[in-house]
Every structure is written in C-alpha cells, then in structure tokens.
Design a protein around this ligand. Structure first.
Ligand SMILES: [Zn+2]
Length: 385
C-alpha cells in the first residue's frame, strides 16, 4: 500500500489517497489537517491529452517511427503530468499512415509505456482540401474518403483507432462515420467548412466531437454561413480546445465555455514534435517554421499556425484565467470529460477502483507547475529526482 497526500483538486482540502495494486484503494478526506494545508500541493487525476502529434523532436506522422521514439514522447509527456494520450497521425501517404498505425499499436503492447496510450487519433486524411480549413495538413495527402482504405488502417492498428477526424461536407464521410459507429470509434469534425446541415447530419450519424474548435478554419469566413455557429449550438457535440493562448483569444475560449459548458469541453495540447525543444527556426516537412519563445509555431509565409508547443497544464491555467472557472472544472476538462467521451472508464477521476493515475502540482497565479506524476500507482516522474 502506498499513500499520496496533498490538496484535493475538487475542493482544495487535504486528502490522502491510498494505492493498492496500481489502483486507488481509498480516498481519505482530512479537512482539518493544517499540516497538509500549508503544503499547497494539489493532487488531480492524471491528465488525458487526446491530441498529441509529437514531442521532443519525434512526430507520429513521419517515416521510420519506432517504439523507442514513442517511448521518448511518452516519457516527455509524463514530465508534464500527462498519463494518457492519443498519438495523432495527420494526413499522410497511405504507406506512412498504415506503417505508423502498426508501430503505435505495437507500442500499446509495451509493458513500460503501453498503459499511457489508449488508442490512435487519425486526424485526416478525409478532411477539407481547401486552404485555411486544411490548416497545416499537406494538400498532397488530403484525399477523398474510401472505406476500404480506412479498413486497412483499422487493421494495421489492430483495432486501436479510438478517434477519427473528418470533414462532414465531403461526400463519402457519412459512410466513414457509420463505419466508426460500428466499432465505437469516436468521430470528431475536423478541418472543415461544413454547413449547419452537414454538421447536423454528421451528429445524426454518430459524430460526437469537434476537434480544436475555432482552429482548422480559414482566417476569413462568412458571418452567417460558417461552421462555428452550428458546432457551438449542437449539444450532441463536445469540443476540444487548444488553450495555449495563441490558437484562440481569451474571449473565444470564454464564448466557447459559455456555449458548451464545462462538461462538453476538453482541453488539448495539439503539441507537435517541436514541443519540448528550444525556440528558433526549424525546417519541417521541407517548409520553414518558426517557434517563438512564447511557444508559438508558425509558417511565416502563409501566416498559419503550424501546431502547438505548449503542454496541457498551460491550458489548465489559461482556462482558469480566461473563463474564471474553478480548478475542479479545469481538471474535469483535462481528464474526466475525456474519460467519458472516449469511454476510458478506468481513469479520469480520483475514486476507489480507478487506476492510480495521479498528478501533483502547484499553482501560482494560474501558472501550473508539475511536481510528480504517478501512472498506475508507479511514480514515473518527480521534479526533485
Ligand atoms: Zn488539426
């Protein structure tokens, strides 16, 4: 039996969490303990990041991905409190998509890191080919939906695809949504310019998520006919948000929070391979990108963001700052909502019987600092070691 102590994320009072066989055994509340109160170290469920493109110089969408590369990413993410994440493959050639599905599925069997990877997020290739909506996806690799091709990815991934991102206005994608529904794969509307009707139809067919709401969208859109309104209004759709302070303005985050409510939002990092690297100029996919010291990555010529570099805990602090939401709400948007939407019932909350995935951190003026990460009862990161 191991014990972890700190301030409980739900009400910020002292708590002792007892761990047995990798699971939470007991949650003992001790609201009068003055000693613990002075520590100001918070305990929350391990963070679940449902969109990770890469980290620490490794990308899930590039050639020659290996299990050891994935180990490097996973260990990097443990340092920022992420105990579960979805490796994300963006629009790529058929061969790379298939090969990387295979390698990630192999990593999921790895005794050290497998527990941190519940499944693969295939973001593309069935998205909008139109500039702006396509975002940073390479036009060459965006293609029309093909159920047989998609079937090959499901097989290469050995059934571990957990989330698919697609554009609802593209003909053939309703078939992909129906195919996903058969296997319980979550469909997320992504990089699209769907009409209100397209979005309603996609939700009717079983789509339940909008990917990085407010991004993957052209800079100039029609004030009436654009994908935002219906996605905001549609209660059947939860939304993921990149709350790094660059992808969305504070008032956008606040509006999305008010429209969707804290139970329908999930904070994502959308981090790319440059995350965890020093700022500067990089060449990426043959194109020049710039990463600033504030963690912004851009294609300078097109003035399009190329992905993100700030981990999930930065989003927790920003969410509290932009919306005035409580710590409990911000953590629900980082763990509990994800566990519900993606049916990861063994994690996402601190309750007896759940897997002991825990993160210990401090907060100073909405700046979150990770001190310790515990995965299935085992310490996988400590800042002091
Ligand atoms: Zn995207």
């Amino acid at each position: 039996m191991t014990q972890v102590q700190g301030l409980f994320y739900l009400d910020q009072t002292p708590v002792t969490i007892e761990i047995k066989n990798g699971l939470i055994y007991r949650v003992v509340r001790d609201r009068d303990s003055r000693e613990q109160k002075s520590s100001e170290i918070y305990i929350a469920p391990g963070f679940i990041d449902v969109q990770v493109n890469g980290y620490a110089s490794v990308s899930f969408s590039e050639e020659n991905l290996t299990v050891d590369n994935i180990r490097k990413i996973t260990k990097g993410l443990w340092k920022v409190g992420v105990t579960s994440y979805f490796p994300t493959i963006i629009s790529r050639s058929h061969e790379i998509t298939k090969a990387n599905c295979y390698v990630i599925a192999e990593a999921m069997q790895d005794p050290e890191i497998g527990q941190s990877i519940p499944g693969i997020f295939l973001e593309g290739p069935y998205i909008s080919p139109v500039d702006g909506f396509r975002g940073a996806h390479n036009k060459e690799w965006v293609r029309s939906p093909d159920v047989h091709e998609f079937e090959e990815y499901i097989n290469a991934a050995d059934g571990t695809i957990i989330k698919v991102g697609l554009a609802p206005e593209i003909e053939g994608n309703l078939d992909i949504i129906h195919r996903c529904a058969e296997d319980g794969i979550v469909v997320a509307l992504a990089h699209h310019n769907g009409s209100a009707e397209n979005i309603r139809e996609a939700a009717d067919a079983g789509a339940t998520v909008v990917t990085h709401l407010g991004n993957g969208c052209a800079n100039m859109i029609h004030r009436h006919n654009n994908p935002l309104w219906q996605q905001l209004a549609e209660d059947r759709l939860s939304a993921t948000l990149i709350v790094d302070g660059h992808h969305l303005r504070p008032e956008e985050v606040l509006t999305f929070y008010k429209a969707k409510g804290p139970e329908r939002l999930m904070i994502i990092s959308d981090v790319t391979k440059l995350a965890g690297m020093p700022p500067g100029d990089y060449v990426w996919d043959g194109k020049k990108v710039v990463m600033t010291s504030e963690g912004m990555i851009k294609y300078p010529e097109q003035n399009v963001l190329a992905g993100a570099a700030l981990p999930l805990h930065v989003g927790i602090g920003n969410m509290m700052k932009f919306t005035q939401c409580s710590l409990a709400e911000a953590i629900h948007m980082t763990a509990k909502n994800q566990s519900k939407v993606f049916k990861l019932h063994d994690r996402g909350e601190i309750l007896p019987g759940k897997r002991a995935d825990l993160v210990l951190f401090t907060i100073t003026d909405t700046k979150v600092e990770i001190l310790k990460t515990i995965l299935a009862g085992k310490q996988v990161y400590s800042r002091n070691q």
